[in-house]
Design a protein around this ligand. Structure first.
Ligand SMILES: [Fe+2]
Ligand SMILES: [Fe+2]
Length: 184
């Protein structure tokens, strides 16, 4: 028997297979971004690199938190994560945030900004799809979108000097919006 929650969102017009596909692809993008941001953070070296290291770490841990929040919702909806991590990483909704050939601070920031811009698009699409139909997925995706918009504006500020209102998190990867969905 289908879960009541799944039954109701189907009745509201959500194609649950399509929604699960969007959520798994978003989760894959978060997981792979977490991995690639680890490499980018390691390569943020020297005096200039040190200045962006902590901010990369905030975005890195928060993207991992996004993966965690999405994973919970995927299983609640009766879906699952692929059992093969290679298959999973190939599903990513965004391209890989690979270390640039010349890892200058400017080039690192360009990769980071592109990744966050893609993420903003991913959650905007999910929100449009479930709006008025699936309040829980909407709430989770909205919390993630708040943080992706912040990440995007931080890296844009660092790259262009345009103010974004950024101030450091109280703890690394604090996730002020998404943390309430995490079990640990
Ligand atoms: Fe994210
Ligand atoms: Fe992000």
């Amino acid at each position: 028997m289908a879960r009541r929650n799944v039954e109701l969102i189907k009745r509201a017009g959500v194609d649950v297979d399509r929604l699960l596909d969007l959520l798994v692809r978003a989760a894959s993008a978060e997981f792979t971004t977490y991995y690639y941001y680890t490499i980018l953070r390691m390569n943020a070296t020297g005096l200039e690199g040190e200045a962006i290291k902590e901010i990369i770490e905030d975005a890195r841990i928060e993207d991992r938190n996004h993966f965690e929040a999405l994973a919970i919702r995927i299983y609640e909806l009766g879906g699952q994560l692929p059992n093969d991590i290679r298959e999973f990483s190939n599903l990513a909704a965004c391209s890989n945030a690979k270390l640039p050939d010349e890892p200058t601070v400017e080039n690192l920031l360009k990769v980071l900004l592109d990744a966050e811009r893609c993420a903003v698009g991913v959650y905007t699409e999910i929100l449009e799809y479930v709006h008025g139909k699936d309040p829980r997925t909407y709430d989770i995706a909205l919390a993630i979108l708040h943080e992706e918009i912040e990440h995007e504006s931080w890296f844009e500020e660092l790259l262009t000097g345009k103010p974004s209102g950024h101030f450091r998190r109280r703890a690394p990867g604090e996730s002020p919006y998404t943390s309430r969905f995490l079990k640990t």
